[in-house]
Design a protein around this ligand. Sequence first.
Ligand code: FES
Ligand SMILES: [Fe+2]
Length: 363
Amino acid sequence: MSVENVPEVPQIEFGEEVADIRKTAIDPNFWYPIARSKDVKRGKTRAVSFSGESIVLVRPTKGKLFALENRCAHRQVPLDIGKVSGCTIKCGYHGWEYDANGDCISIPYLDARKTTRNNVKHYPSKEAYGLVFIFPGDIDKATDETFPNVPSATNPKYKTRYLDRTVDCHYTFMHENLMDMNHQFLHRKLMGGIKTMFLGMRHGSNWFESDYTFTRATGSQPLGEKFMLGDRPKAAPGERDLMTIRTEYPYQTLKFWTAGSEEPALDLWNIYVPIDKENRKNHTFGLMMIRRPKISLLLDIFWPFIVWFTNGIFKEDRIICELEQNAFDNQGSDLNNEVFPAIKGLRKVLIENGVAPNTPNTN
Ligand code: FES
Ligand SMILES: [Fe+2]
């Protein structure tokens, strides 16, 4: 990015918002991570939740993990308290047995299983990048083409840190928090006096992205950031760091190129999965991929420090987003007075690709 090429912040009119963004539910017709693979042990179950739907993940004693609605068709008790048996799950109460499709294949005390009333819903599931993904929407749309592609997560040149935490706020606050790099003031204790410069934005019907660069107004580069970004190639005159943040519904990415480098030093992939029906809590899953320096071992040595530093940043973001949610809960509607065009445009993408309030769930 050339210094001479810094544009003015454009004043684009994105039009009226058609719905309250904080009452807009997430579209279930995407692949969503719902757990870390390591947290679903062989022969065990794990209860998870997507937008108020209780789901049981089952890792059979042999074969692939599967996901079912977490409810026995008999007396509605959760299936996660059941017993994994080979490649099926038996309800913990009377032992009705379900296969990976949610079909009841055995009622141990009666031969009355051949009715769909005895079955439960199943969710397409896949494991990748150390995460369990499910497709909570229309099963016909659960194709391989729609599965998230995160190349750096399988690239040995990068080391991956997993983000795995719950934040008590609507998923849209999270998108806005990351897209709006003007909030570095929040991180002033950890980041020091860093100055953000907005370089430009691009958008389409289901995506929005912004570019930034940074200068240090006061103080020196914090050690955590230094370890994360590693040894930098020499920048040509006029070259500068570039950060691009992109929401491609419903996922969000952040890439950071140090001046003069071809590949990002930091490549972040995030998704904020609503837990409750009102989407007021989310489970944030992320893959934070950091490019290995020439002396690769250095990254492993400094890893605990990077974890400490990023935990500090994420904690500040979590607290502020939860305070935004509190304000919404007290006020009953979204009264945010947004002035930054990139966030206005992002909000439009999130509203138009989400499920408007009062739309019946047809899944
Ligand atoms: S409640 Fe599940 S088998 Fe009876
Ligand atoms: Fe932040």
